[in-house]
Design a protein around this ligand. Structure first.
Ligand code: PLP
Length: 388
C-alpha cells in the first residue's frame, strides 16, 4: 500500500494546484461513511460534494456498473443504445410537464453550457441574466453565469457578458429581462453562495416575466436535483415549470454525468449544433438508471423532505451560540456562523463528520439521502460540540 505521506507528496507535486486539499486520503466508501488510509471512518455529510445521494458504493449502482462494464462501456450517440433509451424514458417519467427533451453530458458545468446553447438556439437571442451570489460552474459559459469575482476575474476577457441581478429581487429581475434576453438562469436554492432558497414569489415572477418577453427560464438543478430538497427538483416547491433545467451531481450514483432537459413544446435543436464524445455513454446511463430508480423505489425524495424538516427544527432548537441563521430545504442545509467556517469544518472532521463550506462563513450539509435519524443525530451532536 502506498504510504499516506508519499501519496500527499505525489499529489502536491503533480496535481494542478487548483484545489485546496484537506490532509486526508479517502480510499473507501460504504453507505454514509468514507474511510481514510488508516481505516479511520468519517460520516460523509458532503456526499462527495452532493453526488453520493445514495451514499457510497450503493449495491444497486455497483451491480449496474459491473454488469454494463462487462457488456458495453462506450457507444457514441450517433448510434442508438438500450440503456440510453431506458434512461430517456425514466427521466421523462420523473420530470413534470413536458420537460422531456434531453442532451446527456458529463458534468454540471457542461450541462449549463448546453442549457445556454439550447436557449440561444431556441430564441435566436443573445442576452443572459443571472443572479448575484450564483454558482453555475467553471467552464467559460458556466463561469460567465457564476457571480463570485475570484472565479471569474482572471478569465473575464473571454467570457460572454451577463447581466447580474440581486437574488430574490423581483423588481430588478423585471427590469433586466427584456425581449433581447435569451436566458434567465437561477438556482432554486443557491448552494455555493450560502444555501439561500429562492422565494416562491421570486421564481413565479421570473416565470411570468419570461413568458412576457419570450426569454427561456433555466433552473440550475445540479445541486438541488434528484431529491436533495425534498422534491425531485427544487422548482417543484414553487409550482412553476421552467423551459430548461440542468442536472448533474447525483444523477448517476457517483459516475460523472449531466443533462440539459427542456420542454418538448420547444422542439429539438438542429442536428450538429451540439455534441459530446462521452455524453450518454452506456456505462453512465446504466449507473443513472440504477441510481434514479433506487431514489424512487426507496422513497428517498420523501425521506429527504421529512428528515430535512426534522433536522432543521432540531438544530434550531439547540440555539447554537456560534450560529447566526439556519437555512435550507430538505437535506440541503446551511448554518451561517458568527465566524469563519474553516475552523468549524476542521473540528467537525476531527469529530468524524465531513461537512462543506458555502462561502466564508456558512457551513453546508449535503448528507446522503439514505441517512438515518440516528446518523443525523450523530452529525447534530458533533455540531453542538463545535458550535456550542
Ligand atoms: N451548478 C451548481 C448549482 C453547482 O452546485 C455546481 C457544482 O457545485 C455546478 C453547477 C458545476 O458542476 P460541476 O462541478 O459538475 O461542473
Amino acid at each position: 500500500m502506498i504510504k499516506t505521506t508519499t501519496l500527499f507528496e505525489i499529489e502536491d507535486r503533480h496535481s494542478s494546484g487548483a484545489y485546496g486539499k484537506r490532509p486526508t486520503a479517502l480510499v473507501r466508501g460504504d453507505g454514509v461513511y468514507v474511510y481514510d488510509q488508516n481505516g479511520d471512518r468519517f460520516l460523509d455529510a458532503t456526499a462527495g460534494q452532493g453526488v453520493a445521494a445514495l451514499g457510497h458504493c450503493h449495491p444497486a449502482v455497483v451491480k449496474a456498473i459491473n454488469e454494463q462494464a462487462a457488456r458495453l462501456i462506450t457507444s457514441h450517440e450517433s448510434f442508438y443504445n438500450d440503456r440510453r433509451a431506458e434512461l430517456y424514458a425514466l427521466l421523462a417519467g420523473i420530470m413534470p410537464a413536458d420537460l422531456s427533451r434531453f442532451f446527456l453530458c458529463n458534468s454540471g458545468a457542461e450541462a449549463n453550457e448546453g442549457a445556454l446553447k439550447v436557449a440561444k438556439l431556441l430564441t435566436g437571442r443573445a442576452g443572459i441574466v443571472a443572479a448575484k451570489r450564483s454558482f453555475h460552474g467553471r467552464t467559460a459559459g458556466a463561469l460567465s453565469l457564476t457571480w463570485t469575482q475570484k472565479y471569474r476575474k482572471p478569465f473575464q476577457a473571454w467570457l460572454p457578458t451577463v447581466d447580474y441581478v440581486a437574488f430574490n429581487d423581483i423588481e430588478a429581475a423585471n427590469m433586466a429581462i427584456t425581449e433581447a434576453t435569451a436566458a434567465v438562469v437561477v438556482e432554486p436554492v443557491q448552494g455555493e453562495g450560502g444555501v439561500h432558497p429562492a422565494t416562491i414569489k421570486y421564481l413565479q415572477a421570473l416565470r411570468e416575466r419570461c413568458d412576457q418577453t419570450g426569454a427561456m427560464l433555466i433552473i440550475d438543478e445540479i445541486q438541488t436535483g434528484f431529491g436533495r430538497t425534498g422534491n425531485w427538483f427544487g422548482f417543484q416547491h414553487v409550482g412553476i415549470v421552467p423551459d430548461i433545467i440542468s442536472v448533474g451531481k447525483a444523477m448517476a450514483g457517483g459516475l460523472p454525468m449531466g443533462a440539459v432537459c427542456w420542454r418538448a413544446a420547444h422542439g429539438p435543436i438542429d442536428r450538429g449544433t451540439h455534441g459530446s464524445t462521452f455524453g450518454g455513454n452506456p456505462l453512465a446511463c446504466a449507473a443513472a438508471l440504477a441510481a434514479i430508480t433506487t431514489i424512487r423505489d426507496e422513497g428517498l425524495v420523501e425521506a429527504a423532505r421529512d428528515n430535512g424538516e426534522w433536522f432543521i427544527d432540531e438544530l434550531a432548537g439547540l440555539k447554537l451560540r456560534g450560529a447566526r441563521e439556519i437555512r435550507g430545504r430538505g437535506l440541503m442545509i446551511g448554518i451561517e456562523l458568527r465566524s469563519r467556517v474553516t475552523p468549524a469544518l476542521k473540528a467537525l472532521q476531527e469529530a468524524g463528520v465531513l461537512a462543506l463550506p458555502a462561502g466564508l462563513n456558512t457551513l453546508r450539509l449535503l448528507p446522503p439521502l439514505i441517512i438515518s435519524r440516528d446518523e443525523l443525530t450523530v452529525i447534530m451532536s458533533a455540531i453542538r460540540a463545535v458550535l456550542g
